[in-house]
Structure formats: structure tokens, C-alpha cells
Design a protein around this ligand. Structure first.
Ligand code: FAD
Length: 185
């Protein structure tokens, strides 16, 4: 069983958590509910007619909790890496996950503190591959942090899903898809 820590409780972090928690791994999500979703009203999230960002967050958080992830309403104060070992520090303690997913939103102090390259410009961004992999092994950056000029809830959620499948594929040593079928009559 792998331990996976996600920083950020917006659509990116929660989507990664949903996919990861459906597997047999320990998933923690840290966040303080300071997502900009509370300023949004979604008319462009495929499959949902219309919903306020706040209501979306409530549904999403309950879905993630029900899937088995632990949601911790805490700020992550620091993340460090020493000889490949990650350490995540909050006000209540420290732990060492196998994988770290950063979905910090527009500002990304934790990614910066790890020395991950930030592309400068009007919209600073982290260069990642299509699965959110950064230049540091087992550290991912997703959502608005990686795509500041493509900030849409469904894009962040898609990023989270792609990262989750990449992590699960690494853990299992084979390509993983999360497919369910309707129950047989
Ligand atoms: C006014 C407005 C209207 C919008 N309308 C729409 C819309 O109609 N449709 C649409 O698709 N999108 C809309 N958006 C954009 C949408 O809200 C974002 O694209 C989406 O929230 C990005 O999700 P994210 O998970 O990448 O980042 P965020 O939602 O920004 O989430 C990041 C989370 O990480 C947390 N965090 C950061 N650092 C730490 C830390 N150290 N420890 C713990 N937690 C941390 C933050 O508190 C935050 O909760 C709107 C945005 C705004 C501002």
C-alpha cells in the first residue's frame, strides 16, 4: 500500500483523490476550503446542468470522503525532499508520503520551495508532462498551477484524474484504467 498526499482541496486535488482512493492506497487531502470555486457558478461542467461552485465542492468532498480518502482541514506548512524522501509538515506533525500531488491553485509556494522550475511571465506556471509529472520523481503539479491561463474546473479535475492513473500505474507496474460497468441484470 502506498501513501499519497495531496495538497489542495479544489477540483484538481479532489479529483486526484477520488481516483486514488478507489484503489487500495492511503490517500490524504489537505486543504482549507479557500478554493476560488466559491466565486464560481458552473454552466460549463460536462454532465452537470448548472451548479454553484460551493455546492459542487460540497458534493465533491462527500464523494471523495465516501471513496475512502481522508480530508484534513489543515494547511501544509512545508514540503521537503532529502535523498528522494519526501516530508510533509503541518501544524500537527510531519509524515513521509511515497507520492506528493500539489494542486495549490494560482500561487504555488510549495512547488517553488521544492526547487521545481517555475516559468516566469505574466502567468507563472510549472512545466509538467501530460500526467502532471514534474522534474522531481513522485512529485506532481496539477490544475491551475500548471495551466494558469486555462483555469476551468473540468480541466483541473481532468488533470487530477490523469495524475492519479499515472501514480496507480507506477505503483502496480502496469497501465491502469479505472473502468466500471453497469451491474448485470
Ligand atoms: C470569479 C470566478 C469565476 C469562475 N467561474 C468558473 C466557471 O464558471 N467555470 C469553470 O470551469 N471555472 C470557473 N472558475 C475557475 C475555477 O474556479 C478554477 O479553474 C478551479 O477552482 C481550479 O481548481 P484547482 O483545483 O486547480 O485550484 P483551486 O480551486 O484554486 O484550489 C486550490 C486549493 O489548494 C488549497 N491550498 C493551497 N495551498 C495549500 C496548502 N499549503 N495547504 C493546504 N491547502 C492549500 C487552496 O486553499 C485551494 O483550496 C472561476 C474562477 C473565478 C475566480
Amino acid at each position: 500500500m502506498a501513501q499519497i498526499t495531496i495538497v489542495g482541496d479544489g477540483p484538481g486535488g479532489l479529483s486526484a483523490a477520488l481516483f486514488l482512493a478507489r484503489s487500495d492506497n492511503e490517500v490524504r487531502v489537505y486543504g482549507t476550503d479557500a478554493t476560488v470555486m466559491h466565486f464560481a457558478f458552473l454552466n460549463n461542467y460536462l454532465g452537470i446542468d448548472a451548479i454553484s461552485g460551493t455546492d459542487f465542492q460540497t458534493v465533491a468532498k462527500n464523494q471523495v470522503k465516501d471513496s475512502g480518502a481522508t480530508l484534513l482541514e489543515q494547511e501544509v506548512e512545508s514540503v521537503t525532499i532529502d535523498s528522494g524522501a519526501l516530508t510533509v509538515v503541518t501544524a500537527t506533525g510531519a509524515h513521509s508520503p511515497d507520492f506528493l500531488v500539489l494542486s495549490e491553485g494560482k500561487a504555488m509556494p510549495l512547488a517553488q520551495s521544492l526547487g521545481i522550475q517555475i516559468l516566469a511571465g505574466e502567468d507563472e506556471m510549472v512545466p509538467v508532462d501530460q500526467n502532471g509529472r514534474t522534474s522531481i520523481a513522485n512529485v506532481y503539479v496539477i490544475g491551475r498551477s500548471a495551466r494558469p491561463t486555462r483555469s476551468q474546473a473540468i480541466i483541473s479535475a481532468g488533470d487530477g484524474a490523469a495524475t492519479a492513473l499515472d501514480i496507480l500505474s507506477k505503483i502496480e507496474g502496469r497501465e491502469v484504467q479505472d473502468w466500471d460497468s453497469p451491474p448485470k441484470a
